[in-house]
Design a protein around this ligand. Structure first.
Ligand SMILES: Nc1ncnc2c1ncn2[C@@H]1O[C@H](COP(=O)(O)OP(=O)(O)OP(=O)(O)O)[C@@H](O)[C@H]1O
Ligand SMILES: [Mg+2]
Length: 354
């Protein structure tokens, strides 16, 4: 199998304006060879625009792009070294599976025998060797997207760009293809960028996640860093579930969480008020009079691997979200209206300016 040599990609001070609207504002990013990076963010935050700029399908207003040692900032798409997969499979309907995959290789003028060998390798790699003669309309959505992936990978590009490639598929196929794309990407060592607004997709697939909002990068980090140490309240709220409690800073620089006075978790905030953040799984519910804050369960939701409770805690606004594992729930006989004690976390709290 022909191995790709994934290339490094550097984005330097990328700005993009559409008229008076700023779609991207001072984007800096350094993607390492063989890395899979996800652009994650809400609709309209600029993910596709940034991907299109990398592909040369859109021109940045200012800024520089380097692929390896090559300045690609002003190059047209066909002179850049990438393969791309879109949300809509965008296969050629009048070409068979094998001809779709071979398309880019033929336009490169490769010899027939070499093209056939490459197409056969890719068909085996995506598990569709027995479907080579079919046409796109005869394939399922998941199969079509695999063909689109093989077509993008066929010329062994140094960079693979994927714009929401799985969002048109149902959950089961999506989960399966996530693993498949990741396996292929690692096997080939191709530097890859996956655009998604699905946080689960980003957290499970990426080496690093780039969280975007309103045209800026809020944070770049490994999935674990993004989840455990969100750099901004936006990231904290966007990734997973989070409880936020606003609290005045005490005279001695401490901060109050319920009945507990805590040392300021981080020196981040200078204001008179701080916003403390903790995750639902970091709160513990125990029987009444166990030394926590008096709490009452207002809602319970069964989510399969855990129960999510909405809990009113004395002295705290708003209601807290608390995740309870099924064993503890059973042990506590968890039910709506139940009076318990909530033990709030006192370590690893996140702290932001309110
Ligand atoms: N050609 C264009 N002309 C004017 N505005 C545009 C153009 N393309 C994109 N925009 C605007 O730029 C912003 C970013 O768009 P973009 O398509 O990059 O968002 P996105 O993060 O990919 O969103 P989604 O998750 O919905 O695909 C949006 O506000 C969009 O309306
Ligand atoms: Mg988009």
């Amino acid at each position: 199998m022909q191995q790709n040599c994934g290339s490094r990609l550097q984005l330097q001070a990328i700005h993009k304006r559409f008229g008076h609207f700023t779609a991207l504002d001072d984007i800096h990013l350094d993607i390492q060879p063989g890395e899979l990076v996800c652009f994650l963010g809400p609709s309209g935050c600029g993910k596709t625009t940034l991907l299109r700029i990398i592909a040369g399908l859109e021109q940045q207003s200012s800024g520089r792009l380097l692929q390896g040692h090559r300045d690609i900032s002003m190059l047209p798409p066909r002179q850049r070294d990438f393969g791309i997969v879109f949300q809509s499979y965008a296969l050629f309907p009048n070409l068979s599976v094998q001809d779709n995959i071979a398309f880019g290789l033929r336009s490169l003028g490769q010899p027939k025998a070499q093209i056939k060998q490459r197409v056969d390798e890719l068909l085996a790699l995506i598990g569709l060797a027995d479907q080579a003669g079919k046409y796109p309309a005869q394939l399922s959505g998941g199969q079509q997207q695999r063909v689109a992936l093989a077509r993008a990978l066929a010329p062994a590009p140094g960079l693979l760009l994927l714009d929401e490639p799985l969002s048109a598929l149902d959950a089961r196929v999506r989960g399966h293809l996530r693993k498949e794309i990741r396996r292929l990407q690692q096997q080939l060592g191709v530097t890859s960028i996956l655009v998604t607004h699905d946080q689960e997709e980003a957290l499970t697939m990426a080496d690093r996640v780039v969280v975007m909002n309103h045209g800026v990068i809020e944070q770049v980090g490994t999935p674990e860093q993004i989840y455990r140490q969100p750099a901004t309240p936006f990231v904290a709220e966007f990734i997973g579930a989070m409880n936020f409690i606003d609290s005045p800073r005490q005279a001695d620089g401490k901060v109050r969480l319920g009945a507990t006075l805590l040392d300021m978790p981080q020196a981040a905030s200078q204001g008179a008020r701080v916003r403390l953040a903790f995750r639902p799984e970091e709160v513990q519910l125990l029987p009444r009079h166990s030394g926590g804050l008096p709490a009452c369960i207002e809602q319970l939701e069964f989510l399969g691997t855990f129960l999510r409770a909405r809990v009113r805690v004395a002295g705290l606004e708003p209601l807290l979200t608390v995740d309870v594992d099924p064993r503890s729930a059973l042990h506590l006989h968890l039910h709506v209206g139940q009076q318990l004690d909530a033990h709030l976390p006192t370590v690893n709290l996140r702290c932001y300016a309110a």
